[in-house]
Structure formats: structure tokens, C-alpha cells
Ligand binder design. Structure first.
Ligand code: NAP
Length: 208
């Protein structure tokens, strides 16, 4: 029996937006993945002061955004592990979980994230263990090249995703200034942002 092909989509998802969902769908298609597991990062203490959403809110938005797609699920491994999120731990925890959940199948792992984040992977903790554990897929907007030429080409793939012109930073700025975010995030995510005033501004038309 052939190996299951599982993608792990790592990110802060602050907030999750349609670019992330299109990217996961595109990688699943191109790499023949059976499933994509979204893994929101744990609490980033260095980012906490500049209007970021708490980990539980980012987790909730990710669950709501992915709920309707049978190819997608969300894991809490990075949220529940104390301390900073290291990808080597993300992959180890999920491998352990799948050894129990799917003992009958071997698994080929793919770690998917933004190419900007991936460009710094040579500085990440236990990078050799990451390369041994998974194939890396960097998703990027068109015309945005991966910076570090030292990455092992056989272990890293890059994929241009036009929808990634949407960015979480831009969405947070738009919320703060009262600009609309409809059609940039799933409607359930827009509702959660408004309901919990996640980025510091309540839209008048959402009934607060
Ligand atoms: P970030 O610095 O917040 O994001 C850098 C850029 O990549 C942003 O433009 C961001 O756009 C984009 N991006 C991030 N995740 C993406 C995704 N899944 N799909 C598409 N674009 C994405 O990066 P981060 O979110 O903190 O970290 C990304 C992943 O790398 C996480 O899983 C994290 O744990 C891992 N990481 C690991 C280490 C380590 O092991 N030492 C170090 C750094 C990062 P948006 O803001 O629009 O998403």
C-alpha cells in the first residue's frame, strides 16, 4: 500500500485568510496530498504587544475557516506545547500522533509555509531533522523569489500562489482603520474578528 501524503500548514494565521486556504488547496493538488493539517503557532510573546490575537482566537479562526473542507483539519500541537514553536517539534508531535491514529500506513510528510519564513530555515532549530522528516513547500506571491540560495533543492519546493497577495498584516491594518475585510477572509472569520474585537476596532455595521 502506498504511503499517505500529509501536508502540515504552519503559520501564525493572525488572521487566517483566503490566500492561506487557496495555497493549501493548491499544494494539496500539486503534491497529491491526502490531507492538510493547519497548525497555528503557539503564543508569540515578542509579538504580543502590537495588536496580535491570542493563540486561542487564532486557533478558533483557523477551525472556522477550514471546517467545510474535508481535506483540511486543524491541530493544537503548537498551541498546547509551552514555549516558542519550533517546526522540528511540530513534525515530531504529529508523527507521534499518526503512529497511534494510522499505525497501518507509512506517511510522507510535507511542511508548507510562507516562502519568507522558509527563507530563514537554515537558522531554525534542528534544521537537519526537519529536512529528514519532511519535504518543505514554500508558498509565495508571484515575483517574490526565495532569498536563500543555500537551501537543498531536492528537499524544498516553491509554489507561486496569486491569492497570497492577501496578507494578514494588511488585514489587521484594515480592521484597525475600519476598512472592509469581506472577501479577504471567510465570513465566519470576519464575524469572529468583529465579535471579539481582535484587532482593536469594531466595525459599526457588525452590530456592536
Ligand atoms: P511569519 O514571520 O509571521 O510570516 C512570514 C511571511 O510568511 C508572511 O508574509 C506570512 O504572510 C507568510 N506566511 C506565514 N505562514 C504562511 C502560510 N502557512 N501560508 C502562506 N503564507 C504564510 O511566519 P510565522 O507565521 O511566524 O511562521 C510560519 C511557520 O514557520 C510556522 O509554522 C512557524 O512555527 C515556523 N517557523 C519555525 C521556526 C523554527 O522552527 N525555528 C522559525 C520560524 C518559523 P501572512 O502573515 O499573510 O501569513
Amino acid at each position: 500500500m502506498s504511503a499517505l501524503r500529509i501536508g502540515v500548514m504552519g503559520g501564525s494565521f493572525d488572521p487566517i485568510h483566503l490566500g492561506h486556504l487557496v495555497a493549501a488547496s493548491e499544494v494539496a493538488h500539486r503534491f497529491g496530498l491526502d490531507e492538510v493539517i493547519f497548525s497555528p503557532t503557539g503564543e508569540a510573546y515578542h509579538k504580543a504587544e502590537d495588536g496580535r490575537a491570542p493563540a486561542e482566537a487564532r486557533y478558533l479562526m483557523t477551525v472556522v475557516a477550514t471546517a467545510a473542507d474535508p481535506r483540511f483539519r486543524v491541530t493544537r500541537v503548537d498551541i498546547d506545547r509551552p514555549g516558542p514553536t519550533y517546526t522540528v517539534d511540530t513534525l515530531a508531535d504529529l508523527r507521534e500522533q499518526f503512529a497511534v491514529e494510522r499505525p497501518d500506513r507509512s506517511i510522507d510528510w510535507f511542511f508548507i509555509t510562507g516562502a519568507d519564513a522558509l527563507a530563514e530555515i537554515l537558522q531554525w532549530r534542528d534544521v537537519d531533522a526537519i529536512f529528514a522528516a519532511a519535504h518543505l513547500v514554500g508558498v509565495t506571491r508571484p515575483g517574490h523569489a526565495l532569498a536563500d540560495p543555500g537551501l537543498p533543492q531536492a528537499k524544498v519546493s516553491l509554489l507561486e500562489v496569486p491569492a497570497l497577495s492577501i496578507s494578514s498584516t494588511d488585514i489587521r491594518t484594515r480592521v484597525r482603520s475600519g476598512a472592509p475585510i469581506e472577501y479577504l477572509v471567510p465570513s465566519g472569520v470576519a464575524n469572529l474578528i468583529a465579535k471579539y474585537q481582535l484587532y482593536g476596532h469594531a466595525r459599526a455595521d457588525r452590530g456592536h
